[in-house]
Design a protein. Structure first.
Length: 306
């Protein structure tokens, strides 16, 4: 994925969430709706999250050092993990707390029409952000399902923005549900129910992101499609067999490939070097993100001799 695609999605989400947060706080101040307050905090958390994603992109571009010889590509995974934690703590936990408080101490809404108008505007703005993330993600997800894309993507920003925007849109619908039923029934109990639904939704999304970002932060290997492409690229020419291979993403755009390969016996040293160089070129052509490649030549042995 080009960094530009992820950055466009982040900036669109940042602009939308910042504007929505201001509008929701105004709506909460006028109506006193706990659903509006939960959504306001949710938008503030989302706005902060976009800033963290941009910071991760910036710090990940630092040059490698002696202490960090493989660079800082995983900064993008680290900040995405922090985003997931913030979504859980500032979004889900606060919304659940506010929902429980509202159920225990219901208060009538004032000017609910204002809340509805703000929520409708927020849905439009959030829809623009969601559409941008969908368009940018569609460029790289190929024939993989959206759930598969979220699970398999080694680029953290787009899955994060996609899930955030999905949660934001559904959360706005839940807020409309709570405010609407409160107005229809005259019972603020439903506003609290809507707030709890927002909290539960954000909790589920946050847990999904925490699990996925933790896996990336620890280190994930090539995707099944990339692994197949790499193994196919290696076994060619005088490379008789791939003995074993290890891969790991050092960052979203940098894959480490380490493999032991069996070459034809009796090859002179110069020919061995040429075969290794050729294999590296084939790997990079098949998987451009494979930037660090270490191939160890060996003779093909039977399992009993290995």
């Amino acid at each position: 994925m080009s960094a530009g695609g992820g950055t466009r999605a982040i900036l669109a989400a940042l602009a939308a969430n910042a504007g929505i947060a201001v509008a929701k706080f105004v709506g909460f101040a006028i109506t006193g709706s706990s659903s509006m307050l939960a959504e306001s905090v949710h938008s503030v958390a989302d706005t902060s999250n976009q800033g963290l994603l941009l910071l991760g992109q910036k710090t990940s571009r630092r040059e490698a050092t002696r202490e960090h010889p493989f660079g800082f590509g995983r900064d993008r995974y680290f900040y995405s993990f922090i985003v997931a934690l913030m979504l859980f703590s500032l979004g889900a936990v606060f919304a659940i707390y506010e929902g429980i408080h509202k159920l225990e101490h219901p208060e009538p809404l004032t000017s609910p029409v204002v809340a509805v108008a703000i929520l409708v505007i927020a849905i439009i703005l959030e829809g623009y952000s969601f559409r941008t993330a969908m368009v940018e993600s569609a460029k790289i997800k190929r024939d993989v399902s959206w759930w598969g894309f979220i699970r398999q993507s080694r680029t953290p920003e787009l899955p994060v923005v996609l899930l955030e925007d999905t949660g934001a849109l559904l959360g706005l619908l839940f807020a409309l549900f709570g405010v609407g039923l409160s107005v229809i029934t005259g019972d603020a109990f439903w506003d609290g129910v809507g707030t709890l639904m927002i909290g539960a939704l954000l909790g589920v999304i946050a847990i999904i992101l925490i699990v996925e970002m933790k896996s990336l932060l620890i280190g994930e290997g090539a995707t099944p499609r990339e692994h197949e492409s790499i193994t196919t690229a290696i076994v060619s020419g005088r490379v008789q067999r791939l003995i074993h291979i290890r891969t790991q993403y050092l960052g979203p755009d940098e894959l480490l490939v380490a493999a032991k390969i069996a070459l034809e016996p009796g090859l002179p040293l110069a020919e061995v070097a040429r075969e290794i160089d050729a294999a590296e070129q084939r790997i990079r052509a098949a998987v451009p993100s494979a930037r660090l490649i270490y191939l160890e030549p060996d003779l093909d042995r039977t399992p009993a001799q290995a």
